[in-house]
Ligand binder design. Structure first.
Ligand SMILES: NC(=O)c1ccc[n+]([C@@H]2O[C@H](COP(=O)([O-])OP(=O)(O)OC[C@H]3O[C@@H](n4cnc5c(N)ncnc54)[C@H](OP(=O)(O)O)[C@@H]3O)[C@@H](O)[C@H]2O)c1
Length: 285
């Protein structure tokens, strides 16, 4: 395991498990598998409707809470709800989360950020993040922030390296976390010959080459998986190092291709989605 040091001094594992689209039962099983094979960062969200299951798996793992980095995200429908963060902690059965992220730049995200800052000050949140915010919207946050965000999570993979955004974030020392780090499982990308070639050289899999490229680039990764062997594979990426030349070879795949496009229509749709987060099940059969 390797760690990034965030701009507030907090140590964050460079890789973890993503739980988007996992049912509560799948999220419980995958989180437990991940923790048992050494993964120490779990990424969930209000909107994934699996926080209760993730929290139960963390508890059942028996691993000391201080060793696990837990990330969750507030959904826009709770941005004006003063109980949003305490409800989130209750669902997770946790006293604090390591990273709390605003999931989408919709609704009153300024109020939500200020609410997160208050909770940060009393120690219930150790680091603050933004998700899917453009440069313009990040600047709005920076203009009012008492506490700078530590992380921005956006779509990022070898086809979409986000170079411009990285240049903008660098002076603020805000780290990028890649969602869709494997292109959401797109075989066209995962099967690129450069990954196969490097996999042979290092006795690794093409997926491990992609994940290692991300972390060496300074990007944290949270590959999503409900397959135990994949979860284990995705964590075994710290016993080799790509050369500078190999890193550049992978960088050359950057073609601006992305699988998700943010539109105002989508943001409006997110703003109107208000699921019953407390009503979700915890994945028990
Ligand atoms: N902030 C946001 O708005 C946002 C948006 C999207 C995602 N996310 C976060 O980012 C995480 C990652 O995104 P994602 O899960 O959608 O996409 P992803 O990690 O790019 O790809 C996941 C896909 O890759 C497959 N996979 C994983 N490891 C593999 C391996 N070793 N070999 C072969 N296939 C493998 C998975 O299948 P198996 O299940 O069979 O392993 C799954 O189909 C999410 O889980 C979520 O936590 C955040």
């Amino acid at each position: 395991m390797e760690f990034f040091t965030l701009n507030n001094g907090i140590q964050m594992p460079k890789s973890g498990l993503g739980t988007f689209l996992l049912t509560p039962k799948e999220a419980y099983d995958s989180t437990l598998t991940a923790l048992k094979c050494g993964v120490r960062h779990i990424d969930t969200a209000n909107g994934y409707m699996n926080e209760k299951a993730v929290g139960r798996a963390i508890k059942d793992s028996g691993i000391d809470r201080s060793e696990i980095f837990v990330t969750t995200k507030l959904w826009p429908s709770v941005y004006s709800d003063e109980n949003a963060i305490s409800d989130t902690l209750t669902r997770l059965q946790l006293d604090y989360v390591d990273m709390l992220i605003l999931h989408q730049p919709a609704c009153d995200y300024i109020h939500a950020y200020q609410m997160m800052e208050e909770v940060y000050k009393n120690g219930k949140v150790k680091a603050l993040g933004l998700s899917n915010f453009s440069e313009e919207k990040i600047q709005e946050i920076l203009d009012i922030a008492q506490i700078k965000p530590q992380l921005l999570t956006v779509e990022c993979h070898p086809y979409y390296v986000q170079k411009k955004l990285r240049e903008y974030l660098a002076p603020h020392n805000i780290i990028i976390e890649a969602w869709y780090p494997l292109g959401h499982g797109d075989h066209a990308m995962m099967d690129e010959p450069v990954f196969t070639k490097l996999a042979e050289k290092y006795h690794k899999t093409p997926i491990q080459i992609i994940l290692r490229w991300h972390t060496q680039y300074g990007t944290s990764v949270i590959p999503g998986s409900k397959t135990p062997s994949h979860i284990e594979e995705n964590n075994a990426i710290y016993d080799f190092t790509l050369t500078e030349e190999e890193m550049k070879e992978i960088d050359a795949l950057d073609c601006g291709k992305h699988y998700y496009t943010q539109t105002q229509e989508l943001l409006d749709k997110y703003a109107s989605m208000a699921p019953d987060f407390n009503g979700q099940d915890d994945g028990k059969e």
